[in-house]
Design a protein around this ligand. Structure first.
Ligand code: HEC
Length: 327
């Protein structure tokens, strides 16, 4: 797992300062060796205007609102939507994904990055901060739309070629990403076509851990299906690295009171998944996946056991921010 991204000098200075304040030299060591049990906080904390906003907004987790059956394509689309691997440049370095602004397809009303937001819940996606080519030179943050609300002002017919062009531009120009493989792009498109408010199981925030575990299970199922379907190496690589970014997310969430055993399991699983890419045949890839995921039950037990000290817990977040008062 590559956790050294947080040390990338290109990252905005404020974020780096915040992280360094908390973790000091520990993270430097992290770049060279295993990161096990180093204290750290989620990258997402940097996308709030203040500590008070983190406390208010971090525990809000929307549920998914997908029309139709949970097909392979829909699951792959959801994985892509939640994957920083889809984006490039500054967005990827900050670990942003589509879901950072549109969690479960909805609107993140707390999203705030100084350079591109004018108020919480707004972003200027055509800003040079995010895009080397797409910056329009104008600072014009817009309210982040709720993509499952199909009757709002932000309504586009998602079946059209125009919409596909809009998405290509979004990924490749505004967010400096590479052109996604066709299978991945189509799956993302399917995910957006199926995002519909009528299918939200609840409008109340639900358990963050439960949703992340569901997402991880789905991601692993996607990898398994991909191996069996003998998709291209490029597609498989995308799914594997996106699954690893889900593990990285959990690694950050559980870093407030880092647990060595849990850290090591996350790192081992991530490396085990990466190893799939070094295998050539369906058989050896399947064997490697089975080997890497054999510890999943133990991993899940640990995740649930330590939930109360993770950033899934409001009281753990409050205690952490109280100790690290910064802004
Ligand atoms: C930094 C926050 C941010 C990220 C990341 C982001 N969006 Fe958005 N998105 C916005 C904002 C703000 C708008 C409104 C833009 C406008 O009104 O001009 C928007 C608009 C959209 C719309 C148009 C809705 C409509 O019907 O008019 C779609 C679709 C969309 N985003 C999908 C995505 C996808 C797919 C990704 C990932 C590739 C993504 N967004 C990543 C902030 C974001």
């Amino acid at each position: 797992m590559d956790f050294s991204g947080i040390l990338n000098p290109a990252l905005n200075r404020k974020v780096v300062r915040r992280l360094v304040l908390i973790t000091g030299s520990v993270l430097l060591a992290c770049a060279q060796s295993a990161c096990a049990s180093d204290a750290r906080e989620p990258s997402e904390f940097a996308w709030f205007e203040s500590n008070a906003a983190i406390v208010e907004g971090f525990s809000q987790r929307y549920t998914e609102c997908a029309k139709g059956p949970s097909t392979f394509e829909l699951r792959l689309g959801r994985l892509a939507f939640n994957s920083p691997r889809l984006l490039g440049g500054q967005a990827a370095r900050m670990k942003l994904s589509c879901a950072s602004c549109h969690p479960s397809g909805r609107a993140n009303e707390h999203f705030f990055i100084e350079q591109i937001s004018s108020a919480p819940g707004t972003a200027d996606i055509s800003h040079s901060f995010l895009s080397s080519a797409g910056g329009d030179g104008i600072s014009n943050p817009k309210v982040i739309p709720d993509l499952v609300n199909r009757s709002g002002a932000h309504i586009r017919d998602r079946q059209t070629d125009d919409f596909a062009l809009f998405m290509h531009r979004l990924i490749e120009v505004e967010f400096d990403g590479r052109k996604p493989p066709q299978t991945i792009f189509k799956a993302l498109w399917t995910y957006l076509q199926n995002a519909d408010q009528a299918y939200c199981s609840t409008n109340e925030p639900a358990s963050g851990l439960h949703q992340r575990v569901t997402l991880l299970r789905e991601a692993l199922a996607v990898v398994k299906d991909m191996i069996n379907l003998q998709v291209s190496d490029e597609d498989l690589r995308f799914a594997v690295s996106s699954t690893r970014s889900q593990l990285e997310y959990l690694y950050e969430i559980y870093g407030l009171a880092a647990n060595k055993q849990l850290d090591q399991r996350l790192i081992r699983l991530s490396r085990g998944l990466d190893e799939i890419l070094n295998q050539q045949s369906i058989k050896s890839r399947s064997q490697q996946l089975a080997k890497a995921t054999s510890e999943i039950p133990t991993l899940l037990d640990l995740l649930y056991k330590h939930e109360a000290t993770s950033a899934f817990s409001l009281s753990a977040i409050s205690a952490h921010l109280e100790l690290n008062k910064k802004r």
